[in-house]
Ligand binder design. Sequence first.
Ligand SMILES: [Cu+2]
Length: 345
Amino acid sequence: MFKKLGFRAIVGLSSLVLLLAACANETNETKPEVSPDLEKATETVNAKTPNVIKQHADLNEKPIPLEMERDGSDVYVKMTAQISDIEIDEGNVYKAWTFNGQAPGPLVVVNEGDTIHFTLENHDPAIPHSMDFHAVHTAPSKNFTDVAPNEEGTFSYQASNPGVFMYHCGTDPVLSHIANGMHGVIIVKPADGYPTDQEVDKEYVVIQNEWYKYNDLDDMTNGVPSHVVFSTKALHQGQPNTNGTVGAVIHSPLEAKEGDKVRIYVNNVGPNEVSSFHVIGTMFDDVYIDGNPANHYKGMQTIMLPASGGAVVEFTLKEAGDYKFVTHQFNHATKGAAGLIKVTK
Ligand SMILES: [Cu+2]
């Protein structure tokens, strides 16, 4: 997908990196391709923040709320690309590349059949960003294109399929943009609802994501995540809205009453790992894979969420107590991917 000249530059750059690496430690490890723009913008500002982009070094942009307005079935959504500090673990502040200062970004909820008129304001002074909604059919070359620093772009498309979809920045190198924090969830509510709508007492949104060494494309490509985490986004007023940080959904637990049927809209935004989503002490009575009412499964213990995959899961909490949910890939649960549902009488 690289333009011809860009590709040559990258090949040249990669060869140089390879040569230097070979000289330095006599290994032949393949280095990921870094776009020349990103390579130029990135430098070690100090030992504490390796790989920080020079213009990001002193930048910590205050989160700007999502703007959303509806006119019939036309929905006007405005988001920002911005650089904001997020403490992903105690004492570990990540200068995240974000949508609206959150990682994952703000929850977007629309109805099946809506036309989305999406505006991205790029508040990042250094590099371009973009938006790829998995909820729409459109030509990426036309509607998922880059918005330059300090510019804005508007794109329109229809959300014609119901589901729990990922969105992410699609600017090259995509892995850097997603792993640095530019991901989120858009729910497209089915026109005719889910067959179990009447049974559900509480509903929440849960998202899984990974973090790697700061803006380190080599680690993102060849390494393992340092943190795998859950976040929750407020679907209804008064619900917690967190970033993807270690313990976020334990410190801000989900709540239910004994006997409640709970629905979770869940998505794994990755970027790289699969999620094996499981609630300890119950099982999923009803599951809609990717959140489409047509994909209805019953009685599942664990659901597999591929990177970007979503689901609606519904389960009954028959006894009061604390229920943890995890990815059953326990190496990832150990790195932070655990959340809590507090069930009271
Ligand atoms: Cu981006």
